[in-house]
Design a protein around this ligand. Sequence first.
Ligand code: FES
Length: 62
Amino acid sequence: MYVCICHSLTDRQLREVVNRGASSLAEVQCHLPVATCCGHCEDTAREVIDSCVEQCRAPRAA
Ligand code: FES
């Protein structure tokens, strides 16, 4: 789904950045301009990032 309309960014793009090591909105913004225009997507972007960070840090079966 589209998270940031201003920059046409999807939740998938945000998750890809988190999977490459970013763990906060500020870190994701180093790679994508999410929430840097009108800011309306900031809450949704944080939710997507936080849920992805939780999934990434969940213990994995060996
Ligand atoms: S919708 Fe993301 S900055 Fe406007």
